[in-house]
Design a protein around this ligand. Structure first.
Ligand code: GLV
Ligand code: MN
Ligand code: MN
Length: 445
């Protein structure tokens, strides 16, 4: 871990920012929603996917040509705003608006601009572009702040192409060695991460992990689930992120003729994949409604109608806010795999792609988000995040919090993902006011 890492205990004792105490003229500052929505739409044109009913989203998988084009656009916007832009060795981009007191550590906002292969235009992008909108709002109002403000986007948050998810922020905080990350291999085309980073021109010169932790990190993100919309609430005050466990399972059996091989003599990885998928759903029923389970990828070889498959590679995504129950889910799945090996006569190997414990955000920061949203007149709900976020990695090195805005129909990781303009505006203004509160430098490092 980098030397800047604080223990949870020292973080809490060194950070005081619960009161909402901005000077009058700052507390009246608001972002320009049209400018923010314009940037979201413009970035969304890169890797755009159109659906049949007018819905549209994005495919900008990490370190692809589309990701490069998205990065180039956002970096150009950062430079146009006069920010000092640096790229680190894992391709994270951090843009800084200087503060009046260079001895104070900066406040950071951000998220990611990569997407899943069939993603929406708000997931991640909102947090980064709201950061730029805040910078432009401060510039226009000629507001100088004690602390510097940083807007960051982190490499490969989605983890769809290179697991684990939150990869760039994980390396940023020293949770995964840079060399190990650079050697990761893409799930789709087998490319090496370090080579792809070089290819798109984002293997930067700044060392990673970072030598200096931010003073605090705040991330605005869409909820990506149905809770806020269903309850008619505008702002989710995120208290933490649930634990995540990703496992890749490789099942090897015997390829055989579909018409001649008696059922009792088969060693069928296709059958095993189906059984595992059903078992994962059953597991969630047995372990309660906080247990999530998903089989998102199944690759069958040779994938032909009249051939018993030789091999299956599949993934299981398990999540829970309670790590004890998550461990129970992992253990039951492992037992089930052993039983399948016995009963079907196949071999099964597993590879952990990601394992992150549940994270609690900083209590003072969470309170500040809550108080700020209420001051701005919004309905609020304290809630955990079901999705993984860069914020859960930044929470290892500095006080961290998140602001959620509603997702229409609860949809995300879907091109139909949508958040109403009024909710985007509300979320960005909460972010602005939270950030202003922290930028005043009232509390010491
Ligand atoms: C990342 O976005 C995840 O929650 O899978
Ligand atoms: Mn996201
Ligand atoms: Mn996502």
């Amino acid at each position: 871990m980098p030397s800047a890492r604080h223990s949870a205990k020292s973080r809490r004792s060194s950070f005081r920012c619960v009161e909402v105490s901005l000077p009058g003229e700052w507390s009246a500052l608001r972002i320009d929603p049209d400018r923010l929505l314009g940037r979201i739409d413009e970035l969304g044109q890169i890797g755009r996917i159109d659906g049949p009913n007018g819905e549209w989203g994005n495919a900008r998988l990490a370190l692809t040509d589309e990701d490069r084009a998205g990065r180039d656009l956002v970096v150009a916007w950062m430079r146009d705003l006069g920010l000092d832009v640096v790229v680190d060795a894992i391709g994270n981009v951090v843009a800084t608006r200087a503060g009046l007191d260079p001895t104070l550590s900066p406040v950071m906002v951000g998220s990611h601009i990569d997407t899943v292969g069939t993603g929406g235009r708000f997931d991640g992008n909102l947090g980064v572009l709201a950061g730029l909108e805040i910078v432009e709002t401060l510039e226009q109002a000629r507001v100088s702040t004690e602390r510097a403000l940083q807007v960051a986007f982190f490499t490969d948050e989605e983890g769809s192409r290179f697991a684990p998810d939150m990869l760039g922020s994980l390396v940023y905080v020293g949770g995964l060695a840079l060399e190990e990350a650079l050697d990761l291999v893409a799930a789709d085309d087998g490319a090496r991460l370090g080579d792809e980073l070089d290819r798109i021109g984002y293997a930067g010169p700044v060392p990673c992990p970072t030598a200096t932790a931010p003073h605090a990190y705040v991330e605005l993100h869409i909820e990506q689930g149905p809770v806020l919309e269903a309850e008619g609430i505008t702002i989710g005050v995120v208290e933490g992120v649930q634990g995540i466990s990703w496992t890749e399972i490789v099942i090897i059996g015997q390829s055989a003729h579909a018409g001649t091989t008696p059922m009792r003599l088969r060693h069928d990885p296709g059958y095993c994949a189906a059984a595992i998928t059903t078992y994962v759903r059953d597991l969630t029923r047995h372990l309660g409604r906080d247990q999530f389970g998903t089989v998102g990828r199944i690759d069958v070889f040779p994938n032909l109608v009249n051939v018993v498959p030789a091999r299956v590679v599949m993934t299981v995504d398990l999540r829970n806010t309670d790590d004890r129950i998550l461990r129970e889910a992992e253990s039951r799945l492992a037992t089930f795999l052993e039983e399948l090996v016995e009963s079907e006569g196949v071999t099964i190997s597993t590879n952990s792609l990601a394992r992150f414990e549940p994270v609690d955000f900083d209590a003072s920061m969470v309170d500040l988000v809550h108080a700020t949203a209420e001051r701005l007149g919004h309905s609020t709900k304290r809630m955990p995040s079901g999705a993984g976020h860069d914020a859960q990695m930044l929470a290892r090195v500095c006080p961290t919090a998140m602001v959620f805005t509603p997702s229409v129909g609860g949809l995300s990781h879907n091109i139909a993902e949508y958040t109403e303009p009024g909710d985007i505006e509300a979320g960005a203004n909460v972010l602005l006011q939270v950030v202003l509160e922290m930028l005043t430098g009232a509390e010491s490092d």
